[in-house]
Design a protein around this ligand. Structure first.
Ligand SMILES: [Fe+2]
Ligand SMILES: [Fe+2]
Length: 173
């Protein structure tokens, strides 16, 4: 259970980390939700595969990997470069507010690999890099309203209900 890991409670209850609640990430997920989802998935996979990792660093790096603290959707200046610049911004912010080991710095800096210049140098970094992509994809798909509507319709998908769905103007989705 991730809740048994001291650093998880320490960071998620910190008011500075809670600033992530103000910024959207993918779909309807805030950066805060995304970071917790990534940290929980990292721990789940590490335990399932019985990986010999440093759980404190794994959780800390995963929780803080997107601690860039701005809304990249609204930010014209950073917007297009966000994918390239946010690991460095997040690492500097996290270092200032929470302190980081060298391993945790590399986790944050390399989480967008192969984008950017940093290469994952530890098991924790590689795991974070893969899990972040998996979670981002799941969040983006689950934020797609057409998919949500189709899911809610579930077994009741008939040619008739599909026809009705096609009539919903895309501006309402
Ligand atoms: Fe990121
Ligand atoms: Fe992320």
């Amino acid at each position: 259970m991730i809740e048994n890991i001291y650093i998880y409670n320490k960071i998620t209850n910190n008011k500075l980390f809670k600033k992530e609640l103000n910024f959207m990430q993918h779909g309807s997920y805030t950066v805060y939700d995304h970071s917790i989802y990534v940290a929980k998935t990292c721990v789940k996979i590490a335990k399932k595969l019985n990986l010999n990792v440093d759980y404190n660093s794994l959780v800390k790096g995963a929780l803080l990997h997107d601690y860039f603290l701005y809304d990249w959707h609204d930010n014209d200046e950073i917007g297009k470069l966000h994918g390239f610049v946010h690991p460095k911004i997040a690492m500097n912010n996290a270092k200032k507010d929470f302190g980081l080991t060298e391993k945790e710095e590399n986790m944050i800096l390399s989480h967008m690999f192969p984008m950017g210049k940093s290469i994952p140098k530890s098991k924790e970094s590689i795991l974070l890099c893969l899990v972040d992509k998996y979670c981002a994809t799941k969040e983006t798909i689950s934020g797609n309203k057409i998919v949500e509507i189709l899911k809610k319709a579930n077994a009741k998908l008939t040619p008739y209900s599909l026809f009705i769905l096609t009539l919903i103007p895309s501006c309402f989705l």
